[in-house]
Write a protein that binds this ligand. Sequence first.
Ligand code: SAH
Length: 416
Amino acid sequence: MSHSLHPTLAEWPEISKKPVKLQVTNSAVASLHRGHPWLYNERIKAESHQGQPGDLAVVFDAKKRFVAIGLYDPFLPIRMRVLRASKPGPIDRDFFAERISRALERRLPLLKTRTDGYRMIHGESDGLPALVIDRYAATAVVKIYTLAWLPHLYDCLAALLEQQPFERIVLRISRGMKQHPEYLRGLEDGQIIYGEPLSETLTCLENGLRFEVDPIRGQKTGFFLDQRDNRARVEKLAKGKRVLNAFSYNGGFSLATARGGATEVTSLDQSGPAIASSERNFALNADIPAVAAAKHLTLEDDAFKAMAALVKQGKKYDLVIIDPPAFAVRRSQVKEALNAYAKLAHLGVNLLAPGGDIVLASCSTPVTPEYFRQAVCAAASRAGRPLQQIEETGHALDHPLDFAESRYLKCLFAKA
Ligand code: SAH
């Protein structure tokens, strides 16, 4: 290691040697036994003492048998996130090393695909709850969603660096954590906590396509890694097609269709920086003949408005991709979200040449795959273009789904 982790992490005060003992409801014990990684505040009957963020908390059942140990955060409704269940054991560098090596093993197939931008750690589903580590070539972007990670970050990242010689680690902290600056000890969102500052644009490869990544100001950790497999699928549909990519961000789907032989690709997004980034990404891949040959058009506008205008103009495309941001984060927003998906599906099929392909995605966690499909299919039928040959896909292999709440991405492929 030529560098070392930021001194603030190395010098973080030790957590209390006494874990917080939690008495919880029987149903919470049952849920933890089934492997659920969360313990909600309202299911706690008693706490041995008031813990600090990052203390360990232990749950025993009514017969005083060990149930689980995890990270405690007194500020969050999810009071504890499970690190070990059914068998007790230390939470130390070796523990983190074991979880990390297991996660890396799961992702070995990706290394054969000219891909160096992928999710290395996907939180709960990789046994490290509320922690995301995305790799972009030699840079790791570490995003934490609870203050409870801070005292453990040094051990965890030291274990990571032993297995993966990263040049640099960028720290991202969730919005909620910023409400407690006194616990951050000066750490900031976007801070480089290991290695050199970023002196030039960071890029990564996805199935051989190159993308620029801004891990500090970009959306998510800089790139929507979860759509890799769906982009690869879309690429296979694109030969000779005119494509509309709505909510295009930095042009992930646009580039895939261009390499797949699309003659013309329109990237539509309301964000100027996103459109500019998609243009730079086309330039970055101009050495690929099919990308150079495809005509890339851009539209910086609200997608609902722009698609309605395109319908009015009588525009038609052979392939329409619609991958909007999450419209619902809470259950109360589901109805509104379904209306928005229906509206987009209606606009989408109206822009589709007969027999064309439409791809619709939803990353709204509370919207179930069934509701999403029903809303979209009903809207297409109302437009007189019922969806056919429907296929549904979800997450790529680096976004494993080990419990229900981690299932957010839905993607529907169809003809109309
Ligand atoms: N399809 C992208 C990810 C989309 S993220 C990919 O494969 O990487 C959602 C994008 O929608 C963001 O770029 C955001 O700027 C854009 N967006 C959000 N609301 C919008 C709207 N009403 N009209 C157009 N674009 C919008």
